[in-house]
Design a protein around this ligand. Structure first.
Ligand code: CMP
Length: 143
């Protein structure tokens, strides 16, 4: 079954949104198979955002994502990558439709509440940056 890596960023954790956001993905019908509240290291942040290394906002991005606890999660379900990204909304909250997570909770691109993998390859790479194989659990049955 398809898996994705979702991470509630420091702004989402500080604003007390973990429960509401987890609820959205559970309500949709996805299964949470791993999660941890953690402060990520600079190395993990640089690996996670490696594709943005040359961007002018890279330093700011790494500084922000390591600035406080994040809630890292692995979810599974049919088409969970595309569907969870649709639920998150566009990266820039100005473009994110109301009803999406960023459309409902975010104002700025830098503080946009949540990250989600954009492909199966990214999901695999991102999951292994944050979780060991033994930390992902199995459910008795698929939905
Ligand atoms: P995310 O999905 O975590 O992946 C890359 C992140 O870079 C993105 O969300 C935004 O939070 C951030 N980002 C993209 N563009 C900018 C920008 N112009 N300034 C600051 N951060 C940005």
């Amino acid at each position: 079954m398809e898996k994705t890596f979702l991470m509630i960023k420091p702004d989402g954790v500080q604003r007390g949104l973990i429960g509401k956001l987890v609820q959205r993905f559970e309500d949709k019908g996805f299964q949470l198979i791993g999660s941890k509240l953690m402060v990520i290291t600079k190395e993990q942040a640089e690996t996670h955002y490696a594709e943005h290394k040359e961007k002018p906002f890279f330093g700011e991005l790494v500084q922000f994502i390591t600035s406080g606890p994040v809630f890292a999660m692995v979810w599974q379900g049919d088409n969970v990558i595309a569907l969870s990204r649709a639920m998150m909304g566009k990266t820039n909250p100005l473009d994110a439709a109301p009803g999406t997570i960023r459309g409902d909770y975010a104002v700025h691109t830098g503080n946009n509440i949540i990250h989600g993998s954009d492909s199966p390859e990214s999901a695999e790479r991102e999951i292994s940056n944050f979780f060991k194989a033994g930390e992902l659990l199995a459910y008795d049955r698929a939905l």
